[in-house]
Design a protein around this ligand. Structure first.
Ligand code: HEC
Length: 156
């Protein structure tokens, strides 16, 4: 087979660019995972804010709205987070506040996720039953978020 100089040059350029192109793709995948989990966290915060606002008296208690916010938290806890946390998508990446400790303590991270699932289920069960019921579950729910952030999220 006769290769033209152009083909040879292209082959050489591709050989050089190959590994770079792959790692750029990896970085894009990590960035997408970071964006997705931060969006997920924002939805947690939005719904928690509705319940917390009612508990503190900043938003009038509304049974349907409280139930909807709690149910949305429930849906969110059932979304698989497996693809959200690829190793390396930590504070070394621009825009992430995830501490590398996550990947050294996965059992603990899963346990803390489980605590949130339980706290959300408890809120979901009573959110429509009145302001006092919401207030009664608020600390456990907010605490489940904070417990994980304390160990695994870098403060801004
Ligand atoms: C099992 C651990 C864990 C739990 C539980 C958890 N978070 Fe997070 N959260 C994190 C980590 C880690 C980050 C940093 C992610 C990043 O920046 O890459 C984060 C980031 C956030 C952010 C910032 C998102 C952004 O746009 O940068 C918000 C808001 C947030 N969490 C809210 C919540 C709320 C509300 C709850 C509870 C309903 C909650 N989180 C439960 C681990 C957790």
């Amino acid at each position: 087979m006769i290769r033209s100089p152009l083909t040879l040059m292209t082959a050489a350029a591709l050989a050089l660019l190959g590994p770079l192109a792959v790692s750029a793709q990896d970085e894009e995948a990590l960035q997408r995972a970071i964006d997705a989990r931060q969006a997920h966290m924002q939805l947690y915060a939005h719904n928690l804010g509705i319940l917390g606002g009612m508990a503190r008296g900043n938003i009038p208690y509304d049974a349907a709205m409280a139930s909807a916010a709690a149910a949305d938290l429930g849906h969110l806890t059932r979304v698989s987070q497996q693809a959200y946390w690829p190793e390396g998508s930590d504070i070394m990446m621009e825009g992430s506040n995830a501490l590398p400790a996550i990947w050294e303590n996965l059992d603990d991270v899963f346990a803390k996720s489980g605590d949130l699932v339980e706290a959300v289920a408890a809120m979901e069960a009573v959110a429509g039953d009145g302001l006092e019921a919401v207030q009664g579950q608020m600390q456990a729910l907010g605490g489940a978020c904070v417990a994980c952030h304390r160990d695994y999220q870098q403060e801004n």
